[in-house]
Write a protein that binds this ligand. Structure first.
Ligand SMILES: [Zn+2]
Length: 138
């Protein structure tokens, strides 16, 4: 879809978070991992939130995790989401530790705490691929 056709909010891509967005376009979930203490974190930040080290590497994650919280929106706070009501926003605790906010494909009524999920790459524009999730069996 061309950017002009996609009406929902888009991320601001900066030098700090570009490896994350470039990774999603390549079907890879990449986050920063601290060389000093081993912590992996989200969202992208210039230093480790665990030990404040500036030494990190962008590492590829499994894209697997479990639902740790969620909400279902019944009111459209953005006009571009009106057709999606009711829609969910889930918090996924990734197997590697970080928690990310995303949308879960499937029925809102089937969302459960601890539900195993895996990443889905959604190309919303030529430049932007979003991370969404879907249920997985194991
Ligand atoms: Zn650290």
């Amino acid at each position: 879809m061309k950017e002009s056709e996609y009406q929902k909010p888009l991320p601001t891509i900066s030098s700090l978070n570009r490896p994350y967005w470039d990774g999603l376009r390549r079907r890879e979930l990449r986050l920063q991992k601290c060389v000093g203490c081993g912590l992996t974190w989200y969202p992208p930040a210039p230093l480790c939130p665990g030990c404040w080290s500036r030494k990190f590497v962008w590492t590829q994650l499994s894209g697997r995790g479990r639902i740790s919280s969620w909400v279902v929106f019944h009111q459209a706070y953005f006009r571009s989401y009106e057709a999606d009501i009711p829609y969910n926003v889930v918090e996924v605790e990734l197997d590697e530790g970080p928690r990310v906010l995303a949308n879960l494909l499937g029925a809102n009524s089937e969302i459960r705490y601890g539900m195993p999920v895996e990443i889905v790459f959604d190309d919303v524009t030529e430049e932007v691929t979003l991370a969404r999730f879907k249920p997985r069996t194991v």
